[in-house]
Design a protein around this ligand. Structure first.
Ligand code: GLV
Ligand code: MN
Ligand code: MN
Length: 399
């Protein structure tokens, strides 16, 4: 499976992946997903948001409302992302079904492998768009307003990819009683603990905030320094302030994306737009840190003669996963219990959990902890431990 997926959407220059929702590389991954479902005789169901599930329903097993076990992850990537964030969960899900069949296991509940669309929010800016739409956390009206960087509306992008969009809550989750997502770890917690597998306890609250700095366009040579209203300066000071605030509280603040208008070398810009990704231990501390960063930016804007407005584009509240479920999955393994660890990364599992579906996550050790980068990695031996762990988990859940 890795050999098939390896070249899809991979940039020769960096070795990173560009699989943005509804573009040709992401659709190729989706076609691969359908082939893997067909190869295993899984029944495919799709919703009008672009999410897909392949179901393993053992013959003669009566389906009951809410008894299905769903696993899977996502196939899209961040811009220039790693191979594992998302696809490891999907590949491991198919592999876990193969392991269960080799074991002769016959599930007494349906087991589904899901692929959620636009988990990264790398094209339309809203993280976990597919799972948010299917659970109703984002309404179709909100999603219809989304545009990509080229101004292409979500519905047009879907139609251009040959989909017939019908946004909103979907029947795919109707029968689901539990969801488990396997994911590469995106930090070094498991490395430090010397464990190949962990179970998630919580996801830190996090959000994306657009900072629009407006100033006055002018000549880079003839405008005296004291006469300028330069939004780039206000942005620069705000970025430094964000870094300082996050360090002071032991939390996270990142400006990873910036656009300057008109983006000319010999002109003071008229506008700078920068996106803050902020992640904190609690909902209250996320609000507090955002207010501090915005306050420092406003103060600087006052001194620069510029203006600043802040818009929340994607906010995910704290998620505490089902603690009983996490414990149930983590114990009684040869080799010892799996550690239960927190993460600062967002996941569709967080959205499903917030929607009231009992949810768990398994993490597979990442030797460097690097993620959202072409350097993201996982050892094949750990990935195979992950497949066995997911198979054991599905067996526990589908007995
Ligand atoms: C998703 O991976 C995120 O945490 O941004
Ligand atoms: Mn990611
Ligand atoms: Mn992911």
């Amino acid at each position: 499976m890795w050999q098939d997926l390896g070249p899809v959407g991979r940039a020769a220059s960096s070795g990173g992946y560009f699989r943005q929702p509804f573009d040709s590389a992401e659709r190729e991954c989706h076609a691969w997903f359908l082939q893997e479902c067909a190869a295993r005789g899984l029944e495919v169901e799709a919703d009008g948001n672009g999410n897909t599930v392949g179901w393993w329903r053992a013959p003669g097993v009566a389906e009951q409302p809410g008894n299905a076990v769903l696993t899977g992850s996502h196939l899209d990537s961040v811009l220039d992302g790693g191979a594992y964030d998302g696809p490891l969960g999907v590949v491991s899900s198919f592999a876990a079904i193969d392991v269960l069949r080799d074991r002769g296991f016959v599930p007494s509940r349906p087991i589904g492998v899901g692929a959620f669309v636009e988990e990264e929010g790398s094209r339309f800016g809203l993280a976990c768009l597919g799972s948010r739409l299917m659970t109703g956390a984002t309404t179709p009206e909100q999603a219809q307003e989304l545009r990509d960087r080229n101004g292409v509306p979500l519905l047009d992008a879907m139609a251009a990819a040959g989909l017939e969009p019908s946004l909103g809550s979907s029947a795919l989750l109707n029968g689901v009683g539990v969801f488990v997502e396997l994911h590469v770890e995106q930090g070094r917690d498991l490395v430090d603990r010397g464990a190949a597998i962990g179970v998630a306890s919580e996801i830190w609250p996090h959000g994306r905030f657009r900072f629009d700095f407006t100033g006055e366009a002018n000549h880079a040579g003839t405008t005296r320094m004291e006469d300028r209203h330069d939004p780039m300066l206000t942005y620069a000071m705000t970025a430094l302030a964000a870094n300082k605030q996050a360090r002071l509280s032991g939390e996270r603040a990142t400006f990873g994306r910036i656009e300057a208008v008109p983006n000319g070398t010999n002109a003071v810009p008229s506008r700078v737009t920068a996106w803050l990704d902020a992640r904190c231990a609690t909902d209250a501390s996320l609000e507090r840190m955002l207010a501090e960063i915005e306050g420092l930016g406003q103060e600087r804007a006052g001194r620069d003669g510029t203006s600043l407005s802040v818009t929340a584009e994607s906010v995910s509240r704290a998620v505490g996963f089902d603690a009983d479920l996490a414990r149930r999955l983590a114990v009684d393994h040869t080799g010892g219990d799996w550690p239960i660890i927190a993460t600062q990364a967002g996941h569709d599992a967080g959205v499903l959990s917030a929607a009231g579906i009992p949810t768990a996550m398994l993490f597979v050790r990442n030797p460097t902890g690097i993620s959202h980068s072409p350097a993201e990695s996982a050892e094949i031996a750990d990935c195979l431990v992950g497949v066995e762990a997911l198979a054991d988990t599905l067996e526990r859940l589908a007995e």
